[in-house]
Design a protein around this ligand. Structure first.
Ligand SMILES: [Zn+2]
Length: 429
C-alpha cells in the first residue's frame, strides 16, 4: 500500500517532513519525499494530512469500558479505599465472560478512534479469572490493536482468587506471544498482597522471564500499609522479593520519594504517570519531575493519549514546572520506547523496516508546524477529533473515521445491553 503525500511527524527525535510511505505486510518498507505507485498497488492519497506513530497507553483497564455513566454509590466514597470498595471492586466482581469480551471490544474501538495502537492492560474479573486474558486478547485482536495483557493478582478475594490470578498470568504467558499480543505478570498493589503472594509473583516473573505490572504508591494508604508491615517503602518491598527486575512497570508512584524513584529507575523500572486518574481519585500529585523512564497511562478513564498528555502538561504547569512542554512530550516518547522494548520493534520511528503502526490526522494548522514546535502542536492543537485513520501492523483498524475490522454498531448495541445487566449485578453485590 502507498500512503502518498503525508506530513510525517515523529517524536524521537522530533522531526516533521513531507513524505510518502510504502507498507508491505506489517511493516513500512520505503519512505521517501516522492514514491511512484507500483503496478496494482493500492494508493491512499493523504493530501498532506498529518501522520504520527500510533500512541501507546502504558496503563489501562479495559474492564472499565462498560462503566461509563453507571450509577454512583448511594453514599459517596470518602477515601481512595472506599472508591475501590464501593466502585471498582464491585464492578470487577460483576464481570462475566461476555462483559469482559465486550469491554475489550469497546475499549479497543475507543483506542483506535483515539489513534492509540498499543495498550498495556491491567485486568481484573474475580468471578471469571481463568481464560479472561485469552478472552481479552480475542477482543483486542479482532479490533486489531497491539496489547500487553496481565491479570491483576490480589489477596482481596481469598487465597483461591489469588492463586487463580497467578495461574492466569502463568497460563497466558505459557500460551506464547502472538504478533499483536504479549503477556506479563500483573499484581494489584502492595497493600493487597502478602509476602507469600509476592514470592509467588516473583516466581511467576522469573519462570517466564517476564516483568511485573503493578500499582505503586497510588495513595498514601499503600505506603502506610507497607511501612507498618515490613518497615520499608513499596519499592524496597518489591526489591526484597526480586520484583524490581527486569523492566517492571510501576504505575502512579504518587507517594514515592525521589530516592525511591531513583532506585527503581536505576533497577530498570518504568514509571507510568496517570494525571487525570490521580486528580479524579484525589490521591495527590505524582513527583513527575523525578520520572525519567516514564510513559503515560489513562488508568481506564478512556484510551485518549492526547488528552492524557495535555492533562499531564497542564498539571505540571500548575505545579510550577518550567520544563512542562518537553516533559509531557517526553512521556509520549516514553510510551513508544516502552512498547518498543516489549515488542522488540522500532515502534515510533516510521522508518523503512519499522512496524506500520500509525495514525492519520486531519490537522490543518493555522501556524507553521516544524520539528521545533511539534510539542506545542501536540499539546495545544491536536485532539482525538482530528483522528481519521489508525493503522496497526500494516492494517487499517480505523479508516476514514469508520472502524474497518469489526461491526462497531452491533458491538455497541450488545455492549449497552451487557452494561445494563452488569450494573444490575453490581447493585446486587
Ligand atoms: Zn490502574
Amino acid at each position: 500500500m502507498l500512503l502518498k503525500d503525508a506530513t510525517i511527524a515523529t517524536l524521537d527525535p522530533p522531526n516533521v517532513e513531507r513524505a510518502s510511505l510504502r507498507t508491505e505486510g506489517q511493516r513500512v518498507v520505503e519512505r521517501a519525499a516522492v514514491l511512484a505507485p507500483a503496478r496494482g498497488e493500492e494508493v491512499v492519497e493523504l493530501e498532506r494530512a498529518l501522520v504520527l506513530p500510533g500512541f501507546v497507553n502504558a496503563h489501562t483497564h479495559l474492564y472499565s469500558a462498560l462503566a461509563r455513566g453507571m450509577p454512583s454509590p448511594a453514599e459517596p466514597p470518602r477515601s481512595f479505599v472506599e472508591i475501590l470498595e464501593k466502585v471498582w471492586w464491585r464492578l470487577d466482581r460483576a464481570l462475566d465472560e461476555e462483559s469482559v469480551y465486550l469491554s475489550g471490544l469497546v475499549g479497543a474501538i475507543e483506542a483506535a478512534r483515539s489513534g492509540t495502537s498499543v495498550l498495556f492492560d491491567h485486568h481484573a474479573s474475580p468471578s471469571f479469572i481463568r481464560g479472561s486474558l485469552a478472552t481479552l486478547r480475542r477482543a483486542v485482536e479482532e479490533v486489531g490493536l497491539r496489547a500487553v495483557l496481565c491479570y491483576e493478582t490480589t489477596d482481596r478475594n481469598g487465597l483461591d482468587g489469588r492463586d487463580a490470578g497467578i495461574a492466569e498470568n502463568r497460563d497466558f504467558l505459557a500460551s506464547g506471544p502472538t504478533p499483536l499480543t504479549l503477556g506479563m505478570v500483573g499484581a494489584h498493589a502492595s497493600f493487597t498482597l502478602s509476602d507469600e503472594s509476592l514470592e509467588h509473583l516473583s516466581a511467576a516473573v522469573r519462570d517466564a522471564c517476564s516483568s511485573l505490572h503493578v500499582h505503586a504508591a497510588e495513595d498514601r494508604v499503600d505506603v502506610e500499609d507497607c511501612r507498618r508491615h515490613c518497615g520499608a517503602g513499596v519499592v524496597e518491598r518489591f526489591r526484597r522479593h526480586g520484583l524490581l527486575g527486569p523492566r517492571p512497570i510501576l504505575v502512579h508512584g504518587v507517594h514515592l520519594t525521589e530516592p525511591e524513584l531513583r532506585d527503581a529507575q536505576m533497577a530498570g523500572a518504568w514509571l507510568i504517570h496517570c494525571p487525570r486518574s490521580n486528580m479524579n481519585n484525589g490521591v495527590g500529585y505524582a513527583p513527575s519531575q523525578a520520572f525519567r523512564r516514564a510513559a503515560l497511562g489513562t488508568d481506564g478513564l478512556d484510551e485518549d493519549m492526547l488528552a492524557e498528555a495535555r492533562a499531564a502538561f497542564l498539571r505540571m504547569r500548575d505545579a510550577g514546572r518550567r520544563d512542562a512542554l518537553a516533559a509531557a512530550f517526553g512521556m509520549l516518547v516514553g510510551g513508544h520506547r516502552l512498547a518498543g522494548s516489549f515488542f522488540g520493534l522500532p515502534l515510533g520511528t516510521l522508518e523503512a523496516g519499522a512496524p506500520a503502526d500509525l495514525v492519520v490526522l486531519d490537522y490543518r494548522p493555522p501556524t507553521p508546524l516544524t520539528a521545533e514546535n511539534l510539542a506545542g502542536h501536540l499539546l495545544f492543537g491536536l485532539d482525538r477529533s482530528h483522528v481519521c485513520s489508525t493503522m496497526v501492523a500494516g492494517r487499517f483498524v480505523l479508516r476514514d473515521r469508520r472502524i474497518a475490522t469489526v461491526d462497531e454498531a452491533s458491538v455497541l448495541i450488545r455492549a449497552r445491553t451487557a452494561a445494563a445487566a452488569l450494573w444490575e449485578r453490581m447493585g446486587a453485590l
